[in-house]
Design a protein around this ligand. Structure first.
Ligand code: B12
Ligand code: SF4
Length: 538
């Protein structure tokens, strides 16, 4: 698409910061959005604040360099306030930029969003690819916005919600996510799996789930050959750890088996994980998955109480969960189950039952606090449930704290349950950290865990605080610029964690240099360490 001046529309897309605890991996949704904008003829840049430091000054610099016409941002509920602040700053820096927000939170709370944050011009609701194809070419003509399905905006003191956008029927028509906009060396450094999706949609009706409302009840499948082609591209980009982010990858057993067969036929070497459901796995499909490289599956079991499972419309039984756990163990696939606490009608007894059930499965498991997101059946019909939502402070919707209560349980009761459950593990972990920090002996597996933990934190700081950029200007006179870089970075990180001394930093930066993720550029006055922006295999 060309503007009046015959230049392509410029779109900057913002991936907002999020914490290490939420697995900051390459953002998939925003890459789909970027690909759709490119297909609409736009020139696109990704302002990726997952792997670079966000500050108003950094944002301003990026805006001044690229000069976008549109700035789009994504968010889930927990990082909505922070993302909205970023868009406010965009408007302050340049009021002429058109700001757009999409993603799961604003799709369901667009009225409040538009009313309370005038700096957001347009909300794109739900799946965005089709909408963007019509929106981008008409973006400068406000009178046309009404004719574009799937958006909401503020006009003359009224919220305009346009016609509902239909779901994309043939996912094969979509361009591949624009991963070329990602800084691949930085994501390799971070080391989390890269996500792909093979389908969209989930036929189930869990009352706490927002995902199903985003993607619809009918499962839409991509052709397996296209999925595997995409995986081959990821392999050429150096990713061999892949997360299948479908809402329910194992919904169709025949298809999963075919998927595994193609991986084996094409002799592809990578390992992968997937989200599953306990009533969709059996020994045959699991053994096939294992033989095709699946190393982990995760299940949402949510509760050990049969009534509760029915109330939340989970559509699974305790028996099915027991079988799934047994089959997974037999297949050798690592299995993780997630349970929720603070569900409607929760009591001390249901929590106890859930805990005992979780223990009895003999697999890895964890608890999440219920977060009643906008757009969930639970929140929309809250009066039908024994549940009170105590806050609309979206930053608290991270599933790591109690924000609800039931007639039997206060937030403290719900939090105490998880605190007590994790106390023993936390105490053990704290003591391992202490022993390690004091130079004491630890069994090799514990030592490896502690070292991995420190490495992850260090790498996260390196990226999210722009430490290479900030500490990487080295005077030409310095003999060994790499040693000097390590020293400067260690000065910074060892003030937070004393064991992150120069040797520690060197140990973790050396592989980045060898793999050409970072490089030293010489100019007349200084040596400049910087991240490479392309993945270079040679
Ligand atoms: C895979 C996944 C993850 C992966 C992310 C992998 C990755 N690197 O991308 C991991 C495991 C890391 C993850 C983490 C979390 N997740 Co998650 N996740 C999902 C899941 C299953 C699929 C998301 C996905 O990739 N879909 C495919 C892409 C194409 O869709 P999309 O991201 O929605 O993007 C489309 C539209 O939303 C829109 N869009 C999105 N952004 C923008 C921006 C603009 C400008 C525009 C125009 C359009 C637009 O266009 C896109 C293309 O159609 C969804 C469920 C679901 N179906 O939505 C939950 C979901 C998004 N996750 C959820 C949550 C809560 C979390 C966590 C907070 C975990 C927690 N503590 O509970 C963290 C937060 C991480 C973060 N800050 O984003 C919730 C969000 C609910 C909410 N309102 O907050 C969902 C909806 C699941 C649920 N509980 O119902 N998640
Ligand atoms: S929680 Fe999982 S199974 Fe339930 S509706 Fe959501 S995506 Fe489907």
């Amino acid at each position: 698409m060309e503007t009046k001046t015959n230049k392509p529309v410029k779109v900057a897309l913002i991936a907002p910061p999020y914490p290490l605890s939420e697995f900051p991996s390459p953002p998939l949704g925003i890459c789909y959005v970027a690909a759709a904008c490119e297909r609409a003829g736009a020139k696109v840049q990704l302002f990726d604040f997952i792997i670079s430091e966000y500050s108003p000054a950094n944002l301003k610099k990026a805006l001044d360099d690229f000069k976008p016409d549109i700035v789009g941002a994504t968010s889930v509920t927990m990082n909505f306030p922070r993302t909205a602040d970023i868009l406010k700053t965009v408007k302050k820096i340049n009021p002429h930029v058109i700001t757009i927000m999409g993603g799961p939170h604003v799709s369901f709370d667009y009225e409040n969003v538009l009313r309370s944050i005038p700096e957001i011009d347009i909300v794109v609701i739900g799946e965005a690819e089709k909408t963007l194809l019509s929106l981008i070419p008409n973006i400068f003509d406000r009178s046309k916005w009404q004719t574009i399905s799937g958006i909401a905006f503020y006009e003359k003191n009224m919220i305009v919600l346009t016609r509902k956008q239909s779901l994309i029927e043939n996912l094969d028509e979509l361009p591949l996510p624009a991963r070329h906009l990602l800084n691949i060396p930085k994501y390799h450094t971070l080391g989390f799996p890269i996500s792909i999706i093979t389908s969209r949609g989930c036929p189930n009706r869990c009352i706490f789930c927002q995902g199903r409302r985003m993607v619809g009840q009918k499962v839409r499948y991509r052709s397996l050959s296209k999925v595997i082609d995409e995986i081959e591209i990821l392999l050429t980009m150096g990713f061999d750890l892949i997360n299948i982010a479908d809402d329910l990858f194992t919904a169709n057993k025949k298809r999963v088996i075919q998927f595994c067969e193609i991986i084996k036929q094409r002799n592809l070497s990578f390992v992968w994980s997937a989200f599953s459901r306990v009533n969709t796995v059996d020994p045959e499909v699991l053994s096939m998955m294992k033989s095709a490289g699946c190393y982990a599956v995760s299940f949402g079991i949510e509760s050990g109480n049969t009534e509760m499972l029915k109330r939340i419309k989970k559509g699974i039984t305790r028996k099915q969960a027991q079988y799934a756990a047994k089959y997974c163990k037999e297949s050798g696939i690592r299995t993780h189950a997630s349970f929720m606490v603070g569900l409607p009608g929760e009591t001390h007894e249901t929590l106890k039952e859930t805990y005992e059930f979780a223990e009895s499965l003999d697999i890895e498991y964890g608890f999440h606090f219920l977060s009643p997101f906008p757009g969930t059946t639970l929140r929309e019909n809250i009066n039908e449930y024994d549940l009170e939502i105590l806050t609309n402070d979206w930053a608290k919707y991270d599933a790591n704290q109690a924000i609800v209560r039931t007639s039997n349980l206060s937030t403290e009761d719900i939090e105490n349950f998880v605190v007590n459950w994790s106390k023993e593990q936390n105490d053990i972990w704290e003591s391992q950290l202490k022993t390690y920090a004091n130079g004491g002996e630890l069994p090799s597996d514990e030592k490896a865990n502690v070292e991995e933990y420190h490495k992850r934190r260090f790498i996260f700081w390196l990226l999210s605080e722009n430490l290479i950029e900030k500490k990487g200007k080295i005077d030409k006179k310095i003999q060994d610029p790499f040693d000097n870089l390590c020293e400067r970075i260690s000065k910074h990180v060892s003030s937070k964690v004393s064991l992150m001394n120069k040797e520690f930093v060197k140990k973790h930066l050396k592989p980045l240099k060898e793999k050409k993720f970072i490089k030293c550029v010489n100019n007349s006055s200084e040596n400049l360490w910087q991240w490479c922006d392309k993945y270079d295999q040679n």
